[in-house]
Design a protein around this ligand. Structure first.
Ligand code: ZN
Length: 222
């Protein structure tokens, strides 16, 4: 698997699917649902999967970008678990949970239903979650938000498990989609009014597929 640090932005011509820059800081947040954004931390670039969660630090940075951990808790978690074998173990755990979720979401998209192992994996992490609800003002009303305060490493996965539970319990699963570019592996939740969103991002896959369709038409005429 290529090292994300060495992959530069590439052009549409390469069959490129998502912008992974040298700093690898640009996690794709295009899904509109946090558990799908989490799945998208292993995009495909030039037909090669790229791992964006190589270390615990990567995972904590992703949690920060997702608004799922406050900076103090993030610094704390990195100091306690970051450099030792524990940090490597949590990163591995995050990747393996991601692949369990991928299997589940892929099944949903293909109409196979939700496997019991997927539910069990989510419930296992929910049972170990640390933190509490915070009541916030939201759009003229109120909402509650679960704020993670992990006292044990597995609780770092709590946000992802909650997001996956929210997807299953509260969303319309027919609107979970995989990008229409066959070389792309990104998922999204289609919140467009007419539910016809096809691409992870118009700027990358949408334009690429339009260019390909144009060339096909052009070749036929030539
Ligand atoms: Zn795509």
């Amino acid at each position: 698997m290529p090292n994300p640090a060495r992959i530069q932005s590439s052009s549409l011509e390469d069959g490129y699917t998502f912008g992974v820059s040298a700093r690898a800081a640009e996690f794709p947040f295009v899904a509109g649902q946090s558990s799908l954004d989490f799945l998208n931390t292993r995009p495909v670039v030039r037909k090669q999967p790229v791992e964006l969660l190589s270390t615990l630090e990567d995972f904590i940075r992703w949690l920060g970008r997702a608004g799922a951990i406050d900076p103090r808790a993030a610094t704390d978690a990195l100091r306690r678990w970051g450099n030792g074998p524990e940090g490597a173990r949590i990163a591995e755990r995050a990747r393996s949970f991601r692949e369990t979720l991928r299997h589940m979401i892929d099944g949903i998209v293909k109409g196979r239903g939700v496997p019991t192992e997927g539910l069990a994996a989510i419930n296992f992490i929910l049972a170990e979650n640390d933190g509490g609800l915070r009541l916030e003002r939201h759009g003229g009303g109120f909402r509650t938000r679960f704020i993670s305060r992990p006292t044990q490493p597995i609780a770092l996965l709590g946000h992802v498990a909650e997001a996956a539970a929210e997807l299953l319990a509260s969303r319309d699963l027919r609107l979970v989609r995989r990008c229409g570019n066959p070389d792309c592996v990104l998922y999204f939740y289609d919140t467009t009014r007419n539910h016809r969103r096809q691409w992870c991002a118009m700027a990358t896959c949408g334009n690429l597929m339009k260019v390909r369709a144009f060339r096909r038409r052009h070749r036929r005429r030539g």
